[in-house]
Design a protein around this ligand. Sequence first.
Ligand code: BGC
Length: 291
Amino acid sequence: MAPNFDFSGFQDPTLPRVVMPKCATGQQLKGQKALVTGGSSGIGKGVAIGLGQAGADVVVNYHSGAEEAEKVADEIRGFGAKAYAHEADVADEAQVEAMYARMQEEFGGIDILVANAGLQQDAPFDEMTLKQWNKVIGVNLTGQFLCCRAAVRAFKKRGVVPEISCSAGKIICMSSVHDLIPWAGHVNYAASKGGVSLMMKSIAQEVAPYRIRVNAISPGAIRTPINEDAWSTREAYDELMKLIPYKRIGEPDDIARAAVWLASDEADYITGINLYVDGGMTLYPGFESGG
Ligand code: BGC
């Protein structure tokens, strides 16, 4: 299927080109509409606020935690952007479709999807139930599939609007260092993130001709409720530091800044990458000495 717009101007220097907007105004995302799934807490909350600070209007999706999601939306409105909270289970096709329909109605479309909603249900492998497996794959992988598919449909339908962005749309899949690092006791989670990574790259390859950029951020240990056990006591924190060459835990804002940049035209021409934001967790820290 051919793209619904004509880029032949890029081949012929005598024809007008799409002009790159000025970079790094602090309002890099002004006028853009973003959806952040799982935006009521943790990394999603940080990213939703970061996008709002950069000028984007934001839909803050949540599954539980309505009050928190409303607070995030309030904070974003405080920056002068539009925002509202929307409850939907990303693993449910009808709920995802309804979420996009409302966004079309209220915001007039979508420019940025951050497919972030995710969870852990940990168990030793031989004790892991099918329910635990299905839940994690359903939210972390199928949920991203459903949200990415709806976003790509909207981006393809609309095409590039040069006044808004160089690309027809941007997707950021929230992956994990565990799309690369195997994780004993968390087989369902690692499998879901490994899946997210190749799903992201395959979508990126397929939709690049439509000027749709698809990337992933792969966070390391970020201070959020999902891994509270790993940072809330001195002993746990010291243990965690053995895995982080940079010797500090990450903060949601570390991920938010990366997401704003990846979603902005400053990152135009970047598609299909995993951006590891992990303080070096993927650098085989066991080899800091010895080997
Ligand atoms: C997990 C966290 C973990 C981190 C580093 C993340 O994807 O959700 O629980 O602390 O990876 O291992």
